[in-house]
Write a protein that binds this ligand. Structure first.
Ligand code: AMP
Length: 481
């Protein structure tokens, strides 16, 4: 019998509450296969695309199974890119929100020391990229002795990026008594070898997308001279007038160039490429997710795995030079069953790449004539109106979950010997509060952050103005999100 309801999995109330608030009505097909398998502590190999709900498929059972009381990390999720690490961390954090799970993400180009500090505290699930995970293991800042669940996400992408050896190094640092979940969109030989070597009687789950993105997305192409691309881009964006659009280029330089052109023309836009600081990349992705601007000019760093709903149009300003990348790029539109549009510019000397793509996707992308001058002129007014109105700001995925949670800052920390137990003791003495209402506590050097759940933030905030913690009245303030 196939499960159709999350209640069938006998999950704890904390998890069901989070799932409900995330608005997941019933398990997706990949979740139907993965959740029960992992709950039964079985290894599983999952062949599935992004957008299928695969992150929650492993996150739900892992959040259910980890023991809150254990201080050392119990699950490790390896992902290929920093962007994905941040996103997967957020997804797991949201699911484990009411169980108060701590989910640090560790990845390169970001201060080692901050990650080290996070790993020193209580953590439950660690998400990371291979290189940085190894750095932490080698420097003794990541204790893997209690890891019982290992997830290798986007295994084929890690293979493409040359991470296989590093993954083996990580696996060799883990206990053999563990559950391993491997997810991959394709199953090349090397991944099968890895599975045979490190997994125990794995279940094989293959989830065919019933209505794959490639069929849902309305695709077309234009033949264009290199030097005429910007002009074509202007005309097309005017005629299409999308609510949100990603423009893909093949190099950083081209991203800079196209971005400068659009910014000059007063498009609300931003750019993202691998040459930018991690912090800036993260900010741009978040702003785009929330709909702060309509046009994002990007290299392939934004193509894979990243979960942004509602992108109306993808434009390949440069045709991608490998066909898989075409599918990933256009897959940014038409998410979770929606329709989308993708337009590709093909310069005269790029027909080879176009032929490869046609072969790969098994059909020909229809060729379109560039928009007539008249059509562009007719659309211009509407285009200008849209470009001058701010996009509708979207709520972040976990925002609903955060609504009944208040984060408080207390001006005392490790330097004054503050410990989580001191905070818990004081809070539980407040009338109407129980341990269940206390979320994540983060004790830093000179300050402490504590989350108050279940809409009890105001009560606690009020009481702490007159209630001493560890013998002294402390300065307590609300943290604005
Ligand atoms: P993923 O395949 O992990 O990238 O997930 C794609 C999207 O589906 C994410 O935005 C999830 O929040 C969402 N999602 C995951 N599980 C469900 C579900 N059971 N129902 C509805 N949406 C879901």
């Amino acid at each position: 019998m196939t499960k159709t309801n999350f209640n069938d999995y006998k999950l704890s109330s904390e998890l069901l509450k989070a799932i409900n608030m995330l608005n997941f009505k019933s398990p997706t097909r990949v979740q139907e296969q993965v959740i029960p398998a992992v709950l039964e502590q079985k290894d599983i190999i999952v062949k599935s695309q992004t957008g299928s709900g695969k992150t929650a498929a492993f996150a739900i059972p892992i959040c259910e199974l980890v023991d809150w009381d254990e201080n050392k990390p119990q699950a490790l999720v390896i992902v290929p890119t920093r962007e994905l690490a941040m996103q997967v961390k957020e997804d797991i954090f949201n699911i484990g929100r009411f169980k108060r799970l701590k989910v640090p993400a560790i990845y390169g180009k970001s201060p080692f020391y901050n990650q080290e500090k996070e790993l020193k505290q209580k953590t439950h699930v660690v998400v990371g990229t291979p290189g940085r995970i190894i750095d932490h293991i080698e420097r003794g800042t990541f204790d893997t002795s209690k890891i019982k669940y290992l997830v290798i996400d986007e295994a084929d992408e890690m293979l493409n990026m040359g991470f296989m050896e590093q993954i083996e190094t990580i696996i060799n640092n883990l206990s053999k008594e563990r559950v391993t979940v491997l997810l991959s969109a394709t199953m090349p030989k090397d991944i099968e070898v890895l599975c045979n070597k490190y997994m125990k009687d794995p279940i094989h789950a293959e989830i065919e997308d019933q209505n794959p993105a490639i069929d849902r997305i309305y695709q077309e192409r234009y033949t264009v001279d290199q030097r005429d691309k910007i002009k074509l881009l202007r005309d097309i964006t005017i005629v299409e007038n999308p609510d949100s659009c990603i423009i893909f280029c093949n190099t950083k330089q081209k991203v800079d160039e196209v971005y400068d052109e659009l910014a000059n023309l007063k498009y609300t836009c931003a750019k993202i490429h691998g040459g930018m600081e991690q912090r800036d990349r993260q900010r741009v992705m978040n702003d785009f997710k929330q709909g702060n601007f309509r046009y994002l000019v990007a290299t392939d760093v934004a193509a894979r795995g990243i979960d942004i709903d509602d992108i109306s149009l993808v434009i390949n300003f440069d045709i991608p030079q490998d066909s898989e990348s075409y599918v990933h790029r256009i897959g940014r539109t038409g998410r979770i069953g929606r329709e989308g549009r993708a337009i590709t510019f093909v310069a005269k000397n790029e027909t080879k790449f176009l032929n490869d793509i046609h072969q790969y996707i098994g059909k020909e992308i229809p060729l379109k004539e560039r928009p007539e001058k008249e059509a562009v002129a007719n659309s211009k007014q509407e285009f200008i109106e849209k470009i001058n109105t701010a996009p509708e700001i979207k709520e972040a995925k976990g925002a609903q979950l955060s609504k009944e949670i208040m984060k408080l800052h207390i001006n005392a920390g490790k330097k004054t010997k503050m410990r989580p137990v001191d905070i818990v003791g004081t809070l539980c003495n407040i009338k109407g509060m129980t341990a269940e209402d206390i979320g994540i506590i983060n004790v830093l050097d000179i300050s402490t952050f504590v989350e108050i759940l279940n809409d009890k933030g105001e009560l606690v905030y009020r009481e702490l103005q007159k209630t001493p913690i560890k013998g002294r009245l402390r300065n307590v303030s609300k943290v604005e999100r």
